[in-house]
Design a protein around this ligand. Sequence first.
Ligand SMILES: *[C@@H]1O[C@H](CO)[C@@H](O)[C@H](O)[C@H]1NC(C)=O
Ligand SMILES: *[C@@H]1O[C@H](CO)[C@@H](O)[C@H](O)[C@H]1NC(C)=O
Ligand SMILES: *[C@@H]1O[C@H](CO)[C@@H](O)[C@H](O)[C@H]1NC(C)=O
Length: 632
Amino acid sequence: MANTLFSRAFLIVSTLVLSSTSFLTEARFVVEKSSISILDPSDIRSKHDAAIGNFGVPDYGGSMVGTVVYPDTGATGCSPFEGDKPFRSKSSTPTILLLDRGGCYFALKVWNGQQAGAAAVLVADSVDEPLITMDSPEESSDADGYLEKIGVPSVLIDHSVGESIKGALKKAANVVVKIDWSESMPHPDQRVEYELWTNSNDECGIRCDEQMNFIKNFKGNAQILEKGGYTRFTPHYITWYCPHAFLLSSQCKSQCINHGRYCAPDPEQDFGMGYQGKDVVFENLRQLCVHRVANESNRSWVWWDYVTDFHIRCSMKQKKYSKECAEEVMRSLHLPIEKIKSCMGDPEADVENQVLKIEQDLQVGRGSRGDVTILPTLVINDVQYRGKLERIAVLKAICAGFKETTDPPICLNGDLETNECLENNGGCWQDSHSNITACKDTFRGRVCQCPSANGVQYRGDGYKSCEAVGPGRCMVNHGGCWSETRHGLTVSACTESDLTGCHCPPGFTGDGYRCEEIDECKEGKVCQCDDCTCKNTWSGFECGCRGDKLYILEHDTCIERHTSKFGWFLTLLVLAAVVAASMAGYIFYKYRLRSYMDSEIMAIMSQYMPIDNQQNQVVHHEAEPLQQRSSV
Ligand SMILES: *[C@@H]1O[C@H](CO)[C@@H](O)[C@H](O)[C@H]1NC(C)=O
Ligand SMILES: *[C@@H]1O[C@H](CO)[C@@H](O)[C@H](O)[C@H]1NC(C)=O
Ligand SMILES: *[C@@H]1O[C@H](CO)[C@@H](O)[C@H](O)[C@H]1NC(C)=O
């Protein structure tokens, strides 16, 4: 059961061989154990081994004392138990449910037990045999997703131990047992060494998703432990090799690098389309080198950032699983790309790769560890971890690996403060004008996620780009769109009427992130008339005319400027003539009036005094008062 990944891969990729050459004959899968002690009744008091289930949360470093309950009906636990949590403890002692092996998956039994209120589940083997590890079911069976939700510990006990507990229960005795995990994890000193056997392939279904989710969620804890010097973590990658007889086959050519030495199953299992096995091997190698090179400068924890960022930014699903994408991720994490390249060597060369060679040797188990045959495999202090690959469960197991009283604070209070955003902004996007950033500290370590700031929402990958979207976006750095100011005039490709996107304004061309001014004059669409001249200006153009002509925009034409001057001249002339004529008329009228009045007065006056030839004088001196004539 534990060899599922291998056997599946072996069937599909029948030419590849797992590098532990002795695999088929003497592969060693170690059954990790806890102990179970029967404390009561005293006549069956005893201590036995129990195999830790590979799901749920084993209480590494701890123990549990509880009262055993064996259900009257449905003792295989394959169907949900009736009632509202029938096995929930009514006292301070928890209930440990005893179930029989058989009928369905181990995990389903444990899930049903947890649903019924049990604090832990013992599964009694159905036959006399050495203990086995209860593994999680194949991917297709877990449609309900219950596997993820199992939070209680479970162990498999020998058939005989199960029988003696059942015997005591039949006699109506109160059976108390202690499950003890405290010796399941060696804890020799103040530093925990642990390793994760993983894979960069992200298209292998639930197993790949499980390990990737774990890496993402555990990153924060792992980095705190590593930076504090509490742990030494090493990533590992399984490789296969191509048997000599198949070296020239197309399968080996597409799945292997270095002439068949290091291989991985084709991700799509079709040997043609999409990604090939050798792409996976090469990325695995890159991730190993990232760790190695980062470790040399005492920054080994950067591996966690690289792997999670690579998964997010360069996934197979998005067809971005490539060298170029990987190098972009390395750049954003300030990793020395050339050093990593030289660590990786030439994949076409007919030589051993020093990094992968070591990995293949390590796949074969040593000491207490056993061979690594399933992915993912977590090894803590040289013991294979059992239980679900989940942040809290794994942290608990690692914390159980410290010598008493040397546990780091994170084990005591789960304290998480990474502040990774302070350094290089965590490799995330940051607006160059304001302090708005996509870097966020979480219990997972830093994540790059486009923020929402000042009422404006940002969207994007969080690494290279975030764009303001929605109302108000143009207020913020022109919504990430192009803009430029010249001669005090700012033009922008952001318009509030669009909630996303950038469009170059009239007079400019481009994608909205870069706009270039259009030289309308060169385009030849404006100022087309014969005598026209064209002058390109910032965000527009000006038309003019050669010589002394005037440009008329509506008609795109030039007209003679002096025609119009002459017209004005004529008008002025006429106007002046009219004014002159009317003035002349007025003067003439005045003159006539005056001379008439003069003759009248003279006629009257002549009646009183003698008048002699003074008519002409009067005419000539009309302005003189009449009295002057009386100077006499
Ligand atoms: C990481 O560096 C340390 C020394 O700083 C070394 O002892 C250790 O073996 C290195 N690990 C790997 C995987 O290279
Ligand atoms: C890394 O740490 C080791 C041991 O702590 C030290 O000897 C070495 O000089 C350090 N390397 C760098 C590049 O800081
Ligand atoms: C950005 O942060 C720095 C330091 O915290 C501060 O001095 C600066 O004024 C901030 N700039 C803006 C635009 O908020």
